[in-house]
Design a binder for this molecule. Structure first.
Ligand SMILES: Nc1ncnc2c1ncn2[C@@H]1O[C@H](COP(=O)(O)OP(=O)(O)OP(=O)(O)O)[C@@H](O)[C@H]1O
Ligand SMILES: [Mg+2]
Length: 277
């Protein structure tokens, strides 16, 4: 194992080509008032004890919710509709003001950063809805993903096409004309174009057939094996927990169960309440 990649684990595939050169290494987050406090050693991305909701006076949706993903991991959030899974993702990405709690990325407190600044800090986020530009071509969608980059991104685009070959075939087609699974590939590919240090996916398999779901999960595992931590929300709870290093069951904006994917799958209460027995 190369000394340059301290976060590489033994998951097999050492190809880190999709991730940024420094993926998993220090995040350079500086603000006008200087770098924020560093607390090394924790998870790579963590929302700790997050409490808050939408707008200034909206009710709290999250109640002391903690979500984290570590280096080399796939972490999965499951739970009933309306549990606050997407809200937790948005909170991690800076799309709502937390009343309590904080978000850290590689030990730096990023709670005050805008979503745009979080992208620059290395967060790639694929939201649950409206995650592509339907009237733009596949290639234009990928180019939009590279908006923060000033270097040559063509190599990354080739890597995205290697990961999702169908997108190369359809690169001149409008993304809105693609199938559901292909659109999700565009959305994931677009997020990868920033060369993120952590990838956040909100229901990447929504509305696709079981076969397409399996294929998407395989691609997500492939991405994770390059060393890129992946945090995803999934409604296909059982299948998602099977590939998860860590799982969170959210209920009414709070952590109901946390464990390894395997542990949660074996937990009688989790099975009965959330996995259909
Ligand atoms: N933009 C918003 N403004 C106000 N309330 C919202 C907004 N988005 C979601 N909510 C509310 O927050 C709660 C949690 O919704 P959220 O979308 O986070 O749930 P979810 O677990 O992602 O559900 P699903 O499985 O259906 O995607 C719900 O009561 C929802 O009505
Ligand atoms: Mg949701």
């Amino acid at each position: 194992m190369g000394g340059e990649n301290p976060y590489q684990d033994d998951r097999g595939n050492r190809d880190r080509s999709i991730t940024a050169d420094g993926a998993g290494a220090s995040v350079d987050v500086t603000r006008r008032d200087g770098p924020v406090a560093v607390s090394p050693g924790g998870p790579f991305l963590e929302g700790r004890a997050m409490t808050g909701g939408y707008g200034k006076s909206g009710p709290d949706i999250l109640h002391g919710c903690t979500i984290a993903v570590d280096r080399g991991e796939i972490a999965v959030i499951v739970g009933p509709n309306g549990a606050g899974k997407s809200t937790a993702m948005k909170a991690l990405f800076g799309m709502l003001d937390l009343r309590e709690g904080k978000v850290t990325l590689d030990g730096l407190d990023i709670t005050a950063l805008t979503p745009q600044a979080r992208v620059r800090a290395g967060m790639g986020f694929v939201p649950q809805t409206h995650n592509i530009f339907p009237t733009m071509t596949v290639e234009e969608n990928l180019e939009m993903g590279a908006f923060i980059r000033t270097d040559d991104y063509r190599g990354t685009m080739e890597q995205v096409y290697d990961l999702f070959p169908i997108l190369k075939d359809k690169r001149r087609q409008n993304a809105g004309e693609l199938s559901g699974g292909q659109r999700q590939q565009v959305a994931v590919g677009r997020a990868l174009m920033t060369q993120p240090k952590v990838l956040m996916l909100d229901e990447p398999t929504a509305g696709v057939s079981p076969i397409v779901m399996d294929e998407l999960f395989d691609r997500i595992i492939e991405v994770a094996r390059t060393g890129l931590p992946v945090l995803m929300v999934e409604q296909n709870a059982r299948q998602a927990l099977e590939i998860a290093d860590k799982g969170y069951v959210l209920v009414q904006g709070a952590n109901a169960h946390t464990g390894t994917g395997k542990g949660l799958l074996a937990d009688a209460e989790v099975r009965k309440s959330f996995l259909g027995g």
